[in-house]
Design a protein around this ligand. Structure first.
Ligand code: ADP
Ligand code: MG
Length: 602
């Protein structure tokens, strides 16, 4: 053991230690500086980067600025204008509050801070010396607002510098940071410049047209497949966009979740979203979303993580429920025939892809109904040079477009034919649709089973001739022990021998299905799930398995009436745009798409 006296570390070293947590790479600097600009009320932020940010990061804003006498203070550790007391710490409303970013950054780079405070004639600048101590302020030329310039990152810490990656990679990180902030602040204009070339330029967007910024930041593919959600429960407000389940991704790379304007990674949040999608998403796929949660600042603790990328909710259960409920509702509100107000002009490939509706029902969207219709239209239009003119035409489009094709035909139209024993072709008011009859029927059956189960248990009916099923002894044991669960899902099963079960009752909805196979699969589900408690809680899974067996098989001939009945059922069934495994149940081709394919009128 080394014997050493205890000594207070010098400030410069303390700052470097703090920088270890806060400043990982140029992108972290950009995050802190842009957050400061936003806290200062800026409406324009210019981010200039050189060599991926390692050579230089410069962030300029038009916010309230800093007065001459506080310039040095801003660079001092634990100096902040954002909180004053521990009460304030319990309800932080700004992005920053730790008073650490500027001194930390100054301790590992060459930093210059220039600012002109609002209403003051002169701008002042301070520069930090090698150990981060600020110089005396000198007069400078600058408009109202602030510029922070950070050069030669880690010039004094060669070991950290070695961890920096290629210029391209570092710049990608910077770009990601700016995108994240731009997404949540459509009211602020952002400019991003790399090596003196403009890389991105986002103008500020008027109130209520956040969808325009969303499309710019997340791209047209997401925007075309996303629908707006808005939900308020117990003062927990959730809004934003979630993509159709059929627009799922192989990676969790299109997931943005903000809490009071702050992008966070949070296990609780991801779990709630995942749960909401679990019923409609193909196994192993990830949903895409940009969601904004707003709640009173007292209800969330932001003082959890040095880079402020995590939060702690004081009331986790409520938050979980609010998110889960909002999304489950929005997802199940996706019905055929809703939405589709404006046709997205697309390539034949895009036309043939699943275009399910993109509007949540009135209940879900009620608080934002007016801006929402607009947002939908905006989100489906390509970017237009003259924004103002575009907004005006969007307004007209929503005024007149809403109820255009509420013609005589129902939303999913009338069945014309069954094709290859698998698909139904139907004519709609403005085109044709193709339905995967098994997938669609499976969803309809599943949703009905769930409804019955939630109401008073799945309705069953006795079989005229009970079905005897030979099983293993282990399976017979399981069946015996979960008999109450089985009867809740409509299966009356008795053990009639060491290796024998007798099925006496089946769900009314499934009376024509192959009983033996269904019971076997349900049992193997239960064996896989483990204990019977979990089976009771995981009833959806069992119901989904049953629905799969209860649904029309390929090659079964359907009469025209049966086909139409299925279409009408789909129109009123939640989640009917996807089957239980998350595959689309129907696709459409509008007349305009057909014209396009045949090059008519071009
Ligand atoms: P924090 O943001 O946690 O307060 P910082 O070290 O990031 O800590 O900034 C210290 C202080 O400097 C802020 O509280 C703010 O008063 C001031 N400041 C920093 N950047 C700006 C800016 N762009 N415009 C106006 N004031 C700023
Ligand atoms: Mg800050």
């Amino acid at each position: 053991m080394l014997a050493m006296t205890i000594e207070q570390l010098p400030d410069a070293l303390v700052n470097q230690i703090a920088a270890g947590e806060v400043v990982e790479r140029p992108a972290s600097i950009v995050k802190e500086l842009v957050e400061n600009a936003l806290d200062a009320g800026a409406s324009r932020v210019l981010v200039e980067i050189e060599q991926g940010g390692v050579r230089r990061v410069r962030v300029r804003d038009n916010g309230i600025g800093i007065v001459r006498d506080e310039l040095a203070l801003a660079l001092t550790r634990h100096a902040t204008s954002k909180i004053r007391s521990s009460d304030d710490l319990m309800r932080v409303a700004s992005m920053g509050f730790r008073g650490e970013a500027l001194p930390s950054i100054a301790s590992v780079s060459r930093l210059r801070l220039t600012s002109r405070a609002r209403g003051v004639d002169t701008a002042w600048t301070v520069e930090c010396d090698l150990d981060g101590t600020p110089s005396e302020p000198k007069p400078a030329a600058h408009d109202e607002g602030t510029t922070v310039e950070v050069a030669d990152l880690f010039f004094n810490l060669p070991a950290r510098r070695k961890f920096l990656r290629a210029e391209r990679t570092e710049f990608d990180h910077v770009q990601q940071v700016v995108r994240r902030l731009a997404l949540v602040r459509p009211d602020v204009a952002f400019d991003l410049v790399h090596n003196r070339k403009s890389v991105q330029r986002w103008s500020d967007v008027p109130d209520g047209l956040a969808a325009v910024r969303m499309r710019e930041v997340l791209g047209p593919a997401f925007a075309d497949n996303a629908f707006h959600v808005s939900h308020d429960l117990d003062g927990i407000r959730l809004s934003g966009w979630i993509a159709q389940p059929t627009f799922s991704r192989s990676q969790a790379d299109l997931q943005y979740f903000y809490v009071n304007g702050r992008l966070v990674r949070d296990r609780l949040v991801s779990a709630a979203v995942k749960r909401a999608y679990s019923d409609v998403l193909y196994h192993g796929r990830h949903p895409a979303y940009a969601l904004f949660l707003e709640l009173d600042a007292e209800r969330v603790d932001v003082n959890v993580h040095p880079a402020k990328s995590e939060v702690r909710f004081r009331d986790t259960r409520r938050v979980f429920d609010a998110i889960h409920r909002a999304l489950t509702r929005a997802l199940s509100a996706l019905r055929p025939g809703d939405g589709d107000v404006v046709e997205a002009p697309g390539s034949p490939a895009a036309m043939l892809s699943a275009v399910a509706p993109d509007r949540a029902d009135a209940e879900t969207t009620a608080p934002l109904q007016s801006s929402f219709g607009l947002a939908t239209v905006a989100a489906r239009r390509p970017a237009v040079a003259d924004q103002r003119a575009a907004y005006a035409s969007l307004l007209r489009a929503t005024d007149t477009g809403a109820d255009h094709h509420a013609d005589a035909l129902p939303p999913l139209g009338l069945a014309l034919a069954q094709i290859h024993g698998i698909y139904i072709l139907a004519e709609t008011a403005d085109g044709v649709i193709l339905v995967d009859m098994h997938a669609a029927h499976e969803r309809v059956t599943y949703e009905r089973l769930k409804q019955q189960y939630a109401a008073q248990g799945v309705r069953s009916q006795p079989l005229l001739v009970p079905v005897v099923v030979a099983v293993s002894e282990a399976e017979a044991d399981v069946a015996e022990s979960v008999a109450p669960t089985l009867s809740a899902v409509g299966l009356g099963v008795d053990r009639t021998g060491p290796q024998q079960l007798t099925v006496r009752e089946v769900p009314v909805l499934l009376r024509r299905s192959p009983t033996e196979q269904m019971v076997r699969d349900v049992l193997s589900d239960i064996v896989e799930t483990g204990d019977s408690d979990r089976v009771a809680r995981d009833s959806d899974r069992v119901l989904s398995t049953m629905a799969c067996h209860g649904s029309v098989r390929a090659n079964r001939h359907l009469t025209r009436d049966e086909m139409n009945a299925l279409l009408r059922d789909m129109e009123t069934t939640p989640n009917s745009g996807q089957c239980n495994h998350g595959r689309p149940t129907w696709v459409r081709l509008g007349v305009s798409d057909l014209d396009h394919l045949f090059l008519r009128g071009q």
